[in-house]
Design a protein around this ligand. Structure first.
Ligand SMILES: Cc1ncc(COP(=O)(O)O)c(C=O)c1O
Length: 395
């Protein structure tokens, strides 16, 4: 049964408001910002809170990676360039995985560092950042901090990146950010559409650098999708970013990378902080890359959890965008804030506001199946579909 906006407000009327202003949420500019931690520490310290607000992997990296991390501790007195397993070990592993030369790869402390440095490297007062909106906000936040111009391009009717409009806006841009799959909508464009986008931007604006963010690559199951890494490695002014924070389960370690054309990678590297990846993190990344079957099983696990959660919302009368990621963007037909506050009251932390969709949509990350089964009971209760089973309150 679906709810009208008014009825949802009535149901949620008694719920205590989350003690943080909308401005504070909007201003944070980082996924799972420190501000969220204020509420998190209070709510999550007993360990039963379901944290599905930040697109993390609820299971972490796996025992094989944890063992590798611990095994590297005895050598942490050494700098990464002077260690038995230096940073170059990740570069070699990535180069062989992607069949590219080492100088087409750049490492970073989380792919977010690359998004920041891309704006620093390629945007100027005359050459704006261009991005679909809403999308992952790090490039916009960086441009704003630097006082650089930003052009935001609205999504299409299915909340997908509108390629034609993005191409048009890219003329004269310093950097165009193309998030595929897109956060927060989870939608993806297929390989042919991405290749065509690159071709069109290069024709319309040859000096514009194209950044294709593939943070959620490992979760995609849509057969039309393919990574743009091979294309980027061969095309001037194009690069792809990836992260170990999602399917690899290493968000807390901070490891990301870019693959692209040699000169473009060299330009981004100028802004890189040297040796920002510690020895345990190097071991984690190399071990993670050496176990592709673990990532395949993570993809399958995530798909099953996402299907379960999407279906549960459908049964309640709510639809979600076609997500290819570890989160869904649900049309609540009502503002996200009261829903979020009510879920929080039941120990479930869902995503923040994503203007201009904060009045209708909420982003919900995937926890474990067991967590999502519990979370769905809370969603049903909050949306007025049923009561929560005994013992599920206040988690
Ligand atoms: C699309 C996208 N790109 C990049 C990032 C940055 O992630 P990290 O810095 O952990 O690699 C995120 C984080 O959620 C994201 O959603």
């Amino acid at each position: 049964m679906s709810l009208t906006r008014r009825r949802l407000f009535e149901r949620l009327g008694s719920v205590a408001a989350f003690p943080m202003s909308g401005e504070a949420v909007a201003a944070r500019g980082r996924e799972a910002a420190e501000a969220e931690g204020v509420a998190l520490t209070a709510a999550a310290q007993n360990g039963s809170t379901i944290r599905i607000a930040s697109n993390e992997n609820p299971l972490g990296p796996g025992q094989h990676v944890l063992d590798a991390i611990v095994g590297r501790f005895p050598e942490v007195g050494r700098y990464p360039f002077n260690a038995k397993q230096p940073e170059a070990a990740i570069v070699s592993a990535l180069a062989s995985m992607h069949s590219v030369a080492n100088n087409r790869i750049s490492l970073s402390a989380g792919s977010g560092e690359l998004l920041v440095n891309a704006v620093r490297a390629f945007c100027t007062a005359d050459r704006p950042l261009v991005t679909a909106w809403p999308s992952f906000e790090a490039p916009v936040t960086t441009a704003n901090k630097m006082g650089l111009p930003v052009k935001m391009v609205e999504l299409d009717g299915e909340l997908r990146i509108d390629i034609a409009k993005l191409v048009e806006a890219s003329k004269g841009a310093g950097l165009v950010f193309f998030c595929n799959p897109n956060n927060p909508t989870g939608t993806v464009h297929g390989a042919a559409a991405v290749a065509d986008f690159v071709k069109q931007v290069r024709a319309a604006s040859p000096n514009t650098v194209i950044l294709i963010d593939e943070a959620y690559h490992e979760y995609v199951t849509n057969p039309s999708y393919q990574s743009a890494i091979a294309l980027a490695a061969e095309t001037p002014n194009v690069f792809v970013t990836r992260t170990f924070s999602k399917a690899y389960g290493m968000a807390g370690l901070r490891i990301g990378y870019a693959v692209g054309h040699t000169e473009t990678i060299a330009e981004v590297n100028r802004y890189r902080m040297p040796f920002s990846i510690g020895l345990p993190n190097i071991a984690a990344a190399v071990t993670g890359l050496g176990n592709p079957r673990h990532i395949e099983s993570e993809r399958a696990r995530n798909t099953a959890v996402r299907d379960f959660t999407t279906k549960a919302f459908q049964e309640m009368g709510y639809s979600a965008t076609a997500s290819e990621t570890n989160f869904i963007f649900v049309d609540l037909k009502a503002p996200a804030a009261p829903f979020r506050d009510a879920c929080r009251e039941h120990g479930v932390l869902v995503g923040r506001d994503f203007p201009p969709y904060e009045k209708t949509h909420c982003r919900i990350s995937m926890g474990t199946m067991e967590e999502m089964q519990r979370a769905v009971q809370v969603f049903r209760k909050v949306l007025g579909n049923t009561t929560i089973a005994a013992g599920q309150h206040g988690r």
